[in-house]
Design a protein around this ligand. Sequence first.
Ligand code: GLV
Length: 327
Amino acid sequence: MLQRLLITRRIYPEALARLEPAFEVVHNQDTDIPFTPEQLAAHLARSDYLFSTVADRLDASVLGAASSLRLVAQGAVGINNIDLAHCAAHGIAVTNTPGVLDETTADFAWALMMATARRIPESERAVRDGQWKGWAFDQFAGVDIHGATLGILGMGRIGSAIARRAQGFGMEVLFHNRTPSDSALARYVGKADLLARADFVIVVVPYTPQTHHLIRAEDLAQMKSSACLINIARGGVVDDAALVAALASGRIRAAGLDVFEHEPALHPGFLELQNVVLTPHIASSSRATRLAMQNLAIDNLLAHRAGAPLKTPVALPGSTLEHKTSV
Ligand code: GLV
């Protein structure tokens, strides 16, 4: 008998075609409307496998109903939406998609940094609104990226890919991780030093209880007033209310944000400001990379089904696997 697999969001047809022979698939391909927690719990009560995304809140209240669930194959590298302790206690394996999205996500960090520094969305809005009356010296004057100092908070695979790109722009690159380490691409400094010296601060750490509000009012107060903050990590790593206040008062120059504390809801203050660039959690969203993420999740689902080793297991609390969740 085929095992039941719940897929929470639409996936590419060629990815779905790999799953349909192996599982009885339940999905919302047609509407792609997210399940409510109640719907998710009801589906999970009848599922053996789950193909999840970052937008599914898989806490104990939802997973509690999932008595036959064996594997959560997350189609993302971040796994902060999953109650790992619950999974460990109930014998549910978890996998994620490290590696396949690093370069695309690093490209996007640069896109967001450039859009923020050079005020591209703001100036584009003005052109569309018919406000461009002619060339002027001080029109939408931005700040230079080349030759500036870049500070990377979280030098994992994606952080390193961002640092590599910075070489071509002649930047000085600083980084900070919880554990001091060496990098051929950048210089390790303390967090306060990084915040005080960087012209651009990019946040690339996983979201954990330790990184909750890693950037709060007192951290923003340490940054240069000319500096820009870029968050491609997770909402919650930055205190959005504190950031709105810092942007509104000119405490820092600008921000580029792909993730938000309560996404898809935004702190309303962001919408009032011109010096923030807002994108809807799309850093890994090139078609090729989103397909690669889906295929890696599927490789894990098919491996589990066949009794083979999982390709990219997440270490669960109490397991001896190396922790594979850093970005
Ligand atoms: C996206 O946010 C991911 O974690 O892959």
